[in-house]
Design a protein around this ligand. Structure first.
Ligand code: SF4
Ligand code: SF4
Ligand code: SF4
Length: 352
């Protein structure tokens, strides 16, 4: 059976039932800007930036929340669409404190990028905005509600992606705000500090505290790596400047973590720069450790293992692999014990 189709900017596009206009447009390489849209979460249509014209509709529609329909005729970039998007960007800018020079997100902010793309040079609207003080009570996340555009991505990321259900919408009108239960600070709430809300916040309302002042996004080199904490193998980006990690984010669309991290992977990188870190193997002699080369240390271990096996048999030896090793290293460890040493005495500290 042939697939349903719609017309997108004059071109016919096939789609699968359940796809939204935005989904189809992105598949076709048509850029529709968004702020609140979050992949894999329920669309909210909150920001009204993805508005498009649908023939026969009385108003512009939010393409992220509108299911594609067979025979629809959609225009994504008309003067009316651009005018409406521009107005909504202006209203968002007017609703908070958007002094970019002092904002951690400067250079990596979706609102800032849209304001530039839509040629907004000054804000026509003024009025009272709710200026909640920034929450800085915890060591990991700064919440600055004066820059929050109430897109709701943090709520969706927390509730639908991480399923932590630590935050929701609170208050009404100009006082509206993202809150924990009882509007308590994060460190006195159900928040587990996975930092997913920070990763998805499109503006400077949620930022990594430890990254503050360490550099702008465009000064960072992004290095892809595997999280060192457990065998899951989450994919992450290290944001590095001058040899120091400023922050860690998850790689979007990469398995196995699909853009998510836990508190350890996202925030537990300080040990890397610890002056107490071991940089060479140590060999204990007469009760004291001394530094050794890798060759010397590995030769010593091999010699001792051979001697124990010869004297007591292979089952006198046992190995425990570390949960911080990647799966491939754990595989090699059991291969060494079973295939080379000849014992099944091999375990993993994360098994129980
Ligand atoms: S949130 Fe974005 S637009 Fe607002 S001050 Fe920060 S960089 Fe500028
Ligand atoms: S850090 Fe994680 S648990 Fe806490 S509010 Fe953000 S997404 Fe929810
Ligand atoms: S804190 Fe960020 S992600 Fe959450 S609603 Fe505000 S702007 Fe959106």
């Amino acid at each position: 059976m042939s697939k349903p189709t719609l017309s997108l900017d004059g071109k016919l596009a096939e789609f699968s039932p359940g796809q939204t206009i935005l989904d189809v447009a992105r598949e076709q390489g048509i850029d529709i800007p968004t702020l609140c849209y979050l992949k894999d979460a329920t669309p909210t249509g909150a920001c009204r930036i993805c508005l498009v014209e649908v023939k026969g509709a009385r108003t512009l529609v939010a393409s992220c929340a509108m299911p594609a329909g067979n025979g629809m005729v959609v225009q994504t970039d008309t003067p009316e669409v651009r005018k409406s998007r521009r107005l909504n960007i202006e209203l968002l800018l007017a609703s908070g404190n958007h002094n970019c020079l002092t904002c951690e997100k400067n250079g990596d902010c979706k609102l800032q990028a849209l304001a530039y793309a839509y040629g907004i040079t000054d804000i026509r609207f003024s009025g009272q905005t709710q200026q909640y003080p920034a929450e800085t009570d915890n060591p990991l996340i700064v919440r600055d509600f004066s820059r929050c555009i109430l897109c709701g991505r943090c709520v969706q990321a927390c509730n639908e992606l991480q399923v932590n259900q630590a935050i929701g919408y609170g208050y009404r009108g100009a006082k509206a705000k993202i809150v924990t239960t009882g509007d308590r600070p994060y460190n006195d709430s159900d928040c587990v500090f996975c930092g997913q809300c920070v990763q998805v916040c499109p503006v400077g309302a949620l930022t990594e505290k430890k990254a503050k002042g360490l550099g702008r996004s465009y000064e960072m080199t992004k290095i892809r790596t595997t999280c060192p904490y457990c065998g899951v193998g989450c994919q992450m980006w290290l944001h590095v400047k001058d040899g120091r990690i400023a922050k860690v984010t998850a790689v979007e669309d990469a398995q196995p973590n699909r853009g998510m991290l836990c508190v350890k992977g996202r925030f537990g990188y300080d040990f890397i720069h610890s002056p107490e870190r071991l940089t060479t193997p140590l060999i204990k002699e007469d009760g004291e450790f001394r530094q050794a080369s890798w060759d010397e240390a590995l030769n010593l271990v091999a010699t001792r293992l051979k001697a124990i096996k010869k004297k007591h048999g292979a089952d006198a030896i046992a190995g425990v692999s570390c949960a911080r090793s990647i799966n491939e290293d754990s595989y090699n460890m059991q291969k060494l014990f079973r295939g080379v040493i000849g014992t099944n005495n091999i375990d993993h500290c994360a098994r129980t």
